[in-house]
Design a protein around this ligand. Structure first.
Ligand code: AMP
Ligand code: AMP
Length: 226
């Protein structure tokens, strides 16, 4: 009787531990969008995709599982590599919204594969490959960051805008503070590079970021044309 009870307790504890392990895969996502004009300006050697110049819009960089302490898991499952056949119905949206800008020109597969293998495999307990890429595309559509900025009079026109005006405009619409990453242009100005929005582990809710990357923009930043 006592042995049975002990076994029961042991297996219950084991199950709880297993659930905890799965649940603690990661704490939240950074959803990161990138301004192509700044990627091209910063890296100087950007190359447009083989299928043509991307629209003047933010592109997706990635959906990155992260821990609350600021560190992040990566390359979590080499047995589940990127497989484009699983997302064939998403490819035309991917080409439009997740363009590769590195050189030489490519159709995007290498960039998407890098993002899945490095980051996507770390949230595979929640999202399979199709769900992972679809979530990123849907987040981009639903957030509508460029439209939000334009609605606040903030345009990609090589003009300077206060960092707080960008943050306030986005926070006012999505209900959470974005983290803005800047780079330095050839004249030494701080320019808008990437916008990070935090999303809970289910992928359904935008949340305040538990932690933000380090790095600072000036109080006034350039929004380059593209
Ligand atoms: P790059 O696109 O080369 O500018 O890379 C973006 C930077 O963000 C690199 O330094 C990455 O190491 C870093 N990075 C990538 N994933 C994460 C993450 N989940 N959390 C914080 N930093 C990250
Ligand atoms: P990650 O490892 O996810 O932090 O991404 C960083 C890597 O992605 C770096 O090697 C960057 O050069 C690359 N990268 C960032 N943006 C793009 C882009 N639009 N197209 C292709 N590669 C990119």
């Amino acid at each position: 009787m006592e042995v049975k009870l002990n076994l029961l307790i042991f297996s219950t504890v084991l199950q709880c531990l297993l659930v905890l392990c799965v649940a603690q895969d990661f704490d939240f996502f950074y959803f990161v969008q990138q301004w192509p004009g700044t990627y091209c300006d910063t890296d100087q050697s950007c190359c447009y995709p083989t299928y043509g110049k991307p629209a003047s819009d933010f592109g997706i960089h990635g959906l990155w599982p992260n821990y609350n302490d600021g560190s992040y898991p990566f390359n979590c499952d080499s047995s589940n590599p990127f497989d484009e056949s699983q997302i064939s119905d998403l490819v035309s949206r991917m080409q439009e919204h997740w363009p590769s800008l590195s050189c030489p020109s490519s159709n995007g597969t290498t960039f998407w594969s890098h993002e899945w293998n490095k980051h996507g495999t770390c949230s595979e307990s929640v999202l399979n490959q199709h769900a992972y890429f679809k979530l990123a595309l849907d987040l981009k559509d639903n957030l509508g960051i460029l439209q939000i900025l334009q609605g606040a009079g903030i345009q990609p026109d090589d003009g300077s805008y206060s960092l707080s005006s960008l943050k306030d405009a986005i926070k006012g619409e999505i209900g959470a503070t974005p983290y803005i990453e800047c780079s330095t242009d050839s004249s030494g100005n701080s320019q808008l590079y990437q916008i990070y929005v935090c999303v809970d582990t289910s992928g359904s809710n935008v949340i305040e970021c538990p932690v933000t990357p380090s790095g600072k923009c000036s109080s006034s930043i350039v929004f380059p044309s593209f």
